[in-house]
Design a protein around this ligand. Structure first.
Ligand code: S3P
Length: 174
């Protein structure tokens, strides 16, 4: 069995546009497990969209909700867990990731912009999206690499292809 039933089989981290949700879905499907996405969980629990939380309450309120949701999800999820792109910037979350199988989905600006199209759904990228993404990735790259047990390059690849590699890395039975 790939899941020991007590922790996520893989925690996916990476910047916006790295494909955490689509790869997570493909990986979960392949393994016959569920995908839990912390952004969706926060939206479901609050009944509000993430842009609305950012605009109405501010980023610190969102980060508090995110820290709590990641902690809850790390102990409650036994399938695949996808974190919001900024979750790993929180020191408490980084400590909580210790001992977990964490996969950093690496991506460059060319693929990220193709995947996300830079619309209004990502408040941190609302102004000057490309430059903001590049600056954000420069700041975050060492953090993603620091928490990762595996780094997977997603450039030019389909979600299924990336999912297949991750399944191999985490020990899918063959
Ligand atoms: C964020 C990424 C978003 C979402 C929020 C903040 C970030 O998730 O959590 O808008 O700080 O990078 P995605 O990585 O799924 O876009």
């Amino acid at each position: 069995m790939v899941s020991d039933g007590s922790r996520p089989v893989a925690v996916l981290v990476g910047p916006p546009g790295s494909g955490k949700t689509t790869v997570g879905r493909a990986l979960a499907e392949r393994l016959g497990l569920d995908l839990h996405d912390t952004d969706l969980a926060i939206e479901a629990a609050t009944g509000r969209s993430i842009p609305d939380i950012f605009i109405e309450d501010g980023e610190p309120v969102f980060r508090d909700l995110e820290r709590a949701e990641v902690a809850r999800a790390l102990s409650a999820t036994t399938g695949v867990l996808a974190l919001g792109g900024g979750a790993v910037m929180d020191p408490t979350t980084r400590s909580a990731l210790g001992g977990h199988t964490v996969v950093f989905l690496d991506v460059g600006i060319a693929d990220a912009s193709k995947r996300i199209g830079f619309d209004q759904s990502r408040p941190l990228l609302a102004v000057n999206p490309r430059a903001s993404w590049v600056a954000l990735m420069k700041r975050r790259r060492p953090v993603y690499e620091g928490v990762a047990t595996h780094v997977v390059d997603t450039a030019g690849r389909t979600p299924e292809d990336v999912a297949e590699q991750i399944a191999g890395l985490i020990g899918e039975p063959r």
